[in-house]
Design a protein around this ligand. Sequence first.
Ligand SMILES: Nc1nc2c(ncn2[C@@H]2O[C@H](COP(=O)(O)OP(=O)(O)OP(=O)(O)O)[C@@H](O)[C@H]2O)c(=O)[nH]1
Ligand SMILES: [Mg+2]
Length: 426
Amino acid sequence: MKIGLVGKPNVGKSTFFSSATLAKVDIANYPFCTIEPNVGVAFVAARLDCPCKELRQKLEADGRLEPISEEDPRKGSICQPRTGTCVGFKRLVPCYLVDVAGLVPGASEGRGRGNAFLADLSNCDALIQVVDAAASTDIEGNPISSKGTIAEASNSIQEEIDFLELELDNWILGLLEDSWARGVRRVQSEGEKGILNFLHDKLTGIGSSITLVTKGFEQFKVQHSDSTSPWDWDRNVLQLLAQNLRKELFPIHIAANKSDMSISGVLKSVNTNGIIVPCMADMELALRRASSAGMIDYQIGSDKFTISDDSNLNSQQLEALGKMSEKLASVGSTGVADIIDKVLFDQLNHIVVYPVQDESQWTDGDGKVLPDAFVVPQGITAKPLAYKVHSDLGDGFIKGVDGRTRRTVGADYELNNGDVLKIHSK
Ligand SMILES: Nc1nc2c(ncn2[C@@H]2O[C@H](COP(=O)(O)OP(=O)(O)OP(=O)(O)O)[C@@H](O)[C@H]2O)c(=O)[nH]1
Ligand SMILES: [Mg+2]
């Protein structure tokens, strides 16, 4: 699972990236601070409690485990995650984020970092466009001093959203236009199937699949029903096609960043196809850093934090933390974890499942408890899941066993969110 962070320069993409991944990257108040893409892992809390909660309850009931003690730093969790952590049964699962260079109008024709940058977004399952909700920068990312009216700020945000969609559409249009007429003529005898395969072929480099291409083409046909002689389609028709394909390949959701400085209500009249979440990436970064330095106790996505040790904090730090605490309580959260959660689980419909080797102990071959949590598309069945764990496991798939009911399930068994599954293979 990979989410790309996009937007015009100087909106806070790298700040968002760094706050979500705690990777050290360049952040500065000028455009094109980032040139090479940064790739990192954000840890997102699974929506359901980790199954180690049930395991603990069972062990406690059998008298094999003491109840959770007050001092337990893991607040009861007994799993041993290979990646991520689990505290208080909140299991953190990985999601890749890509932070790329800022995009300026004309990028699809090579302006700014142009197409090289666009290629960095290939294979992203969704995009989060970071926009400057405070309207503190112009379309090229240069800081502007005057704040403007609410209508001006609203327009500025809308302009950012519209231009990015257009750039991405044009990028895809460019890929389609290249030898379109000849290519489509070649496949004309195969009818629509030929066109779909041709489109998929043209766009494999940016992560297309036949399913996504088909969905996009269906939508396109609603707006353009005349499918005779597609080799004669002009630029406008191809533009419409590109737009529909882009919506499937790169759905865009909006992180309305710098909301700490934005005018309240500024997002009301903003139009977008995806979700829009107010964010304060800057604050998230400060809180996450303070938390990893041991200064505060802050759960990702929370509306509050507690100061764990104020003995080493100076009055300035205490004041800054006090201000953040107030702001956080009034808006609910910094929005960073919230938008990743919503994109991953609501928009991309992913679930978290736990493959194990021992269906009664819920352990792997080394006795590690629930070591793996896989983020997979809803609807995935047992055999494709086996392939995700290991290709050998997929090749030799015999059956699965549900860790809760101990029932045997076949290759076509559709997994549910939170399932614990043992896979038998040859
Ligand atoms: N007020 C405020 N400022 C922020 C926030 N997030 C980021 N910034 C500031 O915005 C400026 C740009 O941040 P970056 O993260 O470097 O922006 P970018 O989008 O990666 O910029 P490029 O790499 O140049 O495209 C920095 O001065 C950040 O401190 C926020 O939530 N609130
Ligand atoms: Mg950057």
